[in-house]
Design a protein around this ligand. Sequence first.
Ligand code: AN7
Length: 344
Amino acid sequence: MYQGLIHRYKNFLDLPEHTKIISLNEGNTPLIPMPRLSKELGCEIYIKFEGLNPTGSFKDRGMTAAISEAVGRGAETVICASTGNTAASAAAYAARAGLRSIVLIPEGKVAVGKLAGAIAYGAQVIQIQGSFDDALSLVVEITQKTPIALVNSINPFRIEGQKTAAFEICDDLNAAPDWLCLPVGNAGNITSYWAGFKQYQKGLPRLLGVQAVGSAPLVFGHTFEKPETIATAIRIGKPARGEQALEAASESKGKIIAVSDEEILSAQKILAGEGVWVEPASAAGVAGLIAESTKSQFEAKGKRVVVVCTGHGMKDPAIITESFQSPKIIPASYESLAEVIFSK
Ligand code: AN7
């Protein structure tokens, strides 16, 4: 029986002796081929659908490692700053381990499915009058001054756990893909993938990291004091692992680009149109690939491409329900039904 990613990849993960595995059988997510999008763009595209992790995002990979380490060394309380997904994941794994969890989120900027998750799993949720970056500074300060354990991706064990997504892709395809496209926020994930591919020695992809244009410090080369984007998961102006992300992109002969909110929402629709509903930030990788495909030199043409979709669409239902017409209401009669279905 599958027992989670630490169990599966133990020999590849640099975790201390004291680690006590806390798992929800995360990982082992599918690589879903996208025949229509592949045909349209002229490459072989697979989605690594990380929304199918236990709490609905890729964060569970790093969190199983971070919480397993923290609990093993006797931590009683964990804390993180979050745009939402880390919060839900930390809360779930802390609950599983019997730890107290505290999550700091930017006021009013967290999608409802993530907030609900954090509350359901029993976290103490605190809204900060500021951005994710402000919340992260506070978390760093309190974990330096008190025994509370930090589980943001500054924590090296988060990176260890998240490397496993690269291992799974290599195992599924029997090699690394030519390109790997993914959203970039605080830059823990792109750092982890690159470390994972390098360690696994099944080839190296070129990396296409994608930020939202209103929160694109790694593209424009300066921090964003007031990051903005509808993709709230990546509304981050000072990525903690920004330097590593830039290094990874350049070492891989790839790049980090920015896409607009419109391009992100359009990519979300295209993915859902092929049966894969992801949250807006998660569609950034596809948005970036599409943007690249319109250039005269489309470097991924004819290549094998894996696009990481980091979080499930159910995390942020409001982005859909607020912008679409609500479904028609009809009397409960056959005539009315036939009329709406067959009328032009
Ligand atoms: C769906 O939860 O930062 O570049 O606090 O939720 O590793 O930060 C979330 C980030 C991409 C960016 N896609 O990953 C948080 C948080 C989704 C995300 C990212 C996030 P990183």
